[in-house]
Ligand binder design. Structure first.
Ligand SMILES: C[S@@+](CC[C@H](N)C(=O)[O-])C[C@H]1O[C@@H](n2cnc3c(N)ncnc32)[C@H](O)[C@@H]1O
Length: 318
C-alpha cells in the first residue's frame, strides 16, 4: 500500500514511526485508565518472563472454533477478499501477526490502548503488511465504511461503554465488511457476585498484590485439577448452577471463582490468565440476548452466533 492510500484511510494525519503510531495513550475515564494500566502490567510482564507459544496456539485454535472458521484454510478463505483488517484490542499482537500472515494481500492494523502495543510493534517489525497503533477502539480515526474485517476478540467488555464501542466499530465496516466480536458471558450467581466485587476491589490492589492473588488462584486451580475428582451436581436454578457431571476444578471455576489452570501453560501464563480476569475494572458480562440486541438495534445482519459458557461470539455485517 502506498503512503497516499494509507493516509486516505484516516480522518486525521497519522504519523507512523516504522510500524507504530501513538494516537492516544491515556483515558480520562478512571476505570478505563485502570484497565489500561492493568493490561500494560500483564502484557509487559508476560512478554518479559515467559514463552507464550502454548497459550498463543490455544488462542488461535479458539478463534477458529468459536467464530466458525473451523480450520486455518477456512479462515484463509474468509480473508481472501478482505483488504483492510483491524485487530481491535490486539494485546501483544500475535493474532494481528497471524492475520497478516494468512492475508498477505491485506493491510492489518493491530490496535491497543495499553503498553502492550509497544511490545507488539517491536515483536512484529519485520512483517511488512502489519501496523500497530495505540488508541481507544471506541474512538478510532478511520473514515467510516473503510474496514473489511474487524476482529475484536475478548476486548469490547473492557471498554468504557461496550455498546457504544460496538456501534462505533460497526460504523467503520465497509459494505461487504464483517465484524467478529467476542464478549464475556454472564455466569452462575455466586461467580457473578465475586466477579462484580473484584471489579472495584482491585482498585485498591497494587500490581504486586494482584500477582500474589493470581498466583494463589493458579495454585488452587492446579490443586483442584490434580485431585481429578468428578461428581454429579443437581440443577440449582436459583443460583444459576447447571446440573450434571463436573470435574471439581471446573465446578468451582464456572460457579464460584475463576481459578484458572492449564497444565500445558507456564506458571506465568496461568497467573496472567487469572490476573487478566480479576485485575481490570472494566470487564462487563452479558447474556446471549443482551448481546444480540446490540446488532438488532443497529440493523446489522447476524451472519454467525455462538454461545459458550465463557462467552458469546458473533460475526455481523451491514
Ligand atoms: C483480554 S485482552 C485480549 C487481547 C487479544 N485480543 C487476544 O485475544 O489475545 C484485552 C485487550 O484489550 C485492550 N483494551 C481494553 N480496552 C481497550 C480500549 N478501549 N481500546 C483498545 N484496547 C483496549 C487491553 O489493553 C488488552 O490488551
Amino acid at each position: 500500500m502506498t503512503t497516499k492510500q494509507l493516509e486516505d484511510l484516516f480522518t486525521v494525519p497519522i504519523l507512523f514511526k516504522d510500524n507504530l503510531a501513538i494516537i492516544n495513550d491515556s483515558s480520562s475515564f478512571q476505570n478505563q485508565a485502570q484497565t489500561n494500566d492493568s493490561f500494560s502490567e500483564k502484557w509487559v510482564k508476560l512478554d518479559n518472563e515467559s514463552s507464550t507459544e502454548a497459550s498463543e496456539d490455544f488462542q488461535k485454535k479458539w478463534v477458529l472454533e468459536l467464530y466458525g472458521f473451523k480450520t486455518i484454510d477456512g479462515l484463509k478463505d474468509f480473508l481472501k477478499d478482505k483488504k483492510i483488517i483491524i485487530d481491535a484490542g490486539c494485546g501483544i499482537g500475535y493474532k494481528s501477526a497471524w492475520l497478516a500472515e494468512l492475508a498477505p494481500h491485506a493491510i492489518v492494523f493491530g490496535i491497543d490502548y495499553s503498553e502492550a502495543i509497544l511490545v507488539a510493534a517491536n515483536r512484529y517489525k519485520p512483517i511488512s503488511n502489519l501496523y500497530f497503533f495505540r488508541a481507544d477502539i471506541a474512538n478510532l480515526p478511520f473514515k467510516p465504511s473503510t474496514l473489511d474485517f474487524i476482529l475484536c476478540d475478548q476486548v469490547i467488555h473492557h471498554t468504557e461503554n461496550p455498546r457504544k464501542t460496538y456501534e462505533h466499530l460497526s460504523s467503520l465496516l465497509s459494505g461487504d465488511g464483517k465484524f467478529a466480536c467476542y464478549v464475556y458471558a454472564k455466569k452462575a450467581l455466586p461467580r457473578e457476585l465475586v466477579d462484580t466485587y473484584f471489579r472495584t476491589a482491585t482498585h485498591k490492589f497494587t500490581h504486586e498484590q494482584m500477582w500474589q492473588f493470581s498466583d494463589q488462584l493458579t495454585e488452587l486451580g492446579k490443586t483442584l485439577t490434580d485431585l481429578n475428582v468428578k461428581f454429579n451436581c443437581p440443577d440449582i436454578p436459583a443460583l444459576g448452577i447447571k446440573g450434571g457431571e463436573y470435574d471439581i476444578q471446573r465446578f468451582i471455576y464456572w460457579n464460584f471463582l475463576k481459578c484458572f489452570y492449564h497444565p500445558q501453560w507456564t506458571k506465568k501464563e496461568n497467573d496472567s490468565c487469572n490476573f487478566d480476569w480479576y485485575s481490570p475494572s472494566n470487564a462487563e458480562r452479558y447474556s446471549a440476548d443482551e448481546y444480540k440486541v446490540w446488532a438488532n438495534e443497529l440493523n446489522l445482519k447476524i451472519d454467525f452466533f455462538r454461545s459458550e459458557e465463557a462467552g458469546h461470539t458473533s460475526i455481523v455485517s451491514k
